[in-house]
Design a protein around this ligand. Sequence first.
Ligand code: FAD
Length: 297
Amino acid sequence: MKALVFSDNQEIITQILTALKGRADADAAVLSPLMEGMDQYGATKLYELTGNPGSDAIFHALSKIFTEGKYDLFLAGSTVRGREVAGMMSEALNLPAMTEINDISFKDGKVVTKRFFYGGKTLLEEESGARVLTVMAGISEAARVQGKSELVKVELPASKITTVNRIDKKAGSVNIEKAQVIVSVGRGIGSKENIEKVKPLAEAVHGEIAGSRPVCLDYQWLGEDRQVGLSGKKVKPKLYIALGISGQIQHIAGMRTSRVVVAVNKDKSAPIFEEADYGIVGDLFQIVPKLVSALKQ
Ligand SMILES: Cc1cc2nc3c(=O)[nH]c(=O)nc-3n(C[C@H](O)[C@H](O)[C@H](O)COP(=O)(O)OP(=O)(O)OC[C@H]3O[C@@H](n4cnc5c(N)ncnc54)[C@H](O)[C@@H]3O)c2cc1C
């Protein structure tokens, strides 16, 4: 199998290339400028795309490379732009697509993929003739290899997409995917103001604050970049403290690879306790100050 990998997030490209190592010959297409060491993750050729990176322009450049290079597979990191380009590739080149995979291997010319199913409750393994795949972040631990990729510069054609305005993300945005310790709050926190009451715990354990979907998306008590779960970020900290989170499967899908999980919930039958290594049944507003004072001693 010969694969062409694309993402506007270069870290995802390094993870996909590592996942393909020993399984497929891979080249990668990267938006300029290149991340340090990008040419050391096993791509034979590294296409550096320069110019206005509209999804349409990326698609036109990559579909030409794909066809001329006689690739079998197109893998795109599952970002907004990656999904757009993958959709165009699938439709224009008439290639079957499979979305949101988190594992890949090959058997008898078929692609064997794994992806979450039933809202994250099960992992579905499928053997298929898919040729366009969108890949979730975290498919592997990126690892550098011996040798360097051959660098090929590609000027993107003109895009029909024009940037009319650019709004910077709010200050204080955070990458919770990299956090070693996370203190995560759910609807049980009750209000935006109450988040201040758990900040001393986050400070005591040197953790980042994150939250469930209601807290980040529905009520906007925290930024959307702090949402953990199926439709949020996938995190794998050493310690995940869940406060007032019921533990619905869509939340668990984002934090189940945490090393140690501590849950505080006043409902002893909350499903979060099935995921927890340590569970405290009680009111988080009473438990949190006790944890903070114990940690300070
Ligand atoms: C397609 C889809 C995608 C989704 N994606 C996500 C996602 O990415 N992330 C996500 O989180 N959800 C996601 N959801 C929503 C998910 O199904 C749940 O609705 C959500 O996770 C519930 O959030 P919660 O645990 O904060 O709230 P609730 O389920 O309302 O739980 C609140 C908990 O707080 C406890 N509590 C209340 N007061 C206190 C107190 N004082 N002390 C201690 N405990 C207290 C309660 O006992 C309860 O267990 C998704 C749903 C769908 C359909």
